[in-house]
Design a protein. Structure first.
Length: 202
């Protein structure tokens, strides 16, 4: 199965470095991993010199043209919520700050045939609990973290999840975790949950 990263970066941040470390940890435990990298046009132009080596670790590399006047955060958000439209087939998505310390095949074998997405529940402090339950009107026990997602592309397509994400984003001005919140709202009731050991935060 494909393992997908999204990278929106320039020399002023550390997202390239985080992605590099994440890919190295993945390849250490999964040397034959099928890595897919999705970037925007600005990031692609910035992958020169030492930064270009990250492309060599991938088996698929996609460049998406996004308005360069938008902030890096917005460009990254747009890529993440439209990723199913870019990458074919089921895949595991990893945030660039994810470090693996085991074989990812265990996660890839988990069954999400009846779900749209597979994810790990997100621990909530008191403020986030209020935000999720009162602001988003979601069940706190169903709110998931979007840093590691197993995507059922057929279910994603049938549920029109990408368009629903864009619609929510365009009509919501104040979201604490925009891409995570819209995915939770768009995939409500259609998520398969995995053990919290897959989302240990350091």
């Amino acid at each position: 199965m494909k393992i997908v990263y999204i990278l929106v970066s320039d020399n002023a941040d550390y997202y390239w470095e985080q992605t590099y470390v994440s890919m190295m940890s993945l390849l250490h435990y999964n040397p034959s991993a099928n890595i897919v990298l999705v970037v925007d046009q600005e990031t692609h132009h910035n992958l020169v010199g030492n930064r270009e080596c990250i492309i060599s670790f991938t088996k698929e590399y996609y460049i998406k043209d996004i308005d360069s006047s938008l902030s890096k955060k917005i460009r990254s958000r747009l890529l993440k919520t439209s990723i199913r439209e870019i990458v074919n087939g089921d895949f595991l998505y990893l945030d660039c700050d994810t470090v693996l310390n085991t074989d990812a095949r265990e996660f890839l074998l988990l069954d999400i045939e009846k779900a749209v997405i597979g994810a790990v529940k997100n621990p909530l402090d008191e403020d986030m609990y209020k935000y999720v339950t009162l602001g988003l009107k979601l069940d706190a026990d169903e709110y998931f973290n979007s840093g590691m997602l197993l995507i059922n592309t057929e279910g994603f397509k049938k549920g029109d999840v990408s368009n629903r994400c864009f619609e929510i984003l365009s009509n919501s001005e104040r979201l604490a975790c925009p891409d995570q919140d819209v995915l939770n709202l768009s995939c409500r009731g259609a998520c398969e949950y995995f053990g919290e050991e897959w989302n240990f935060q350091m």
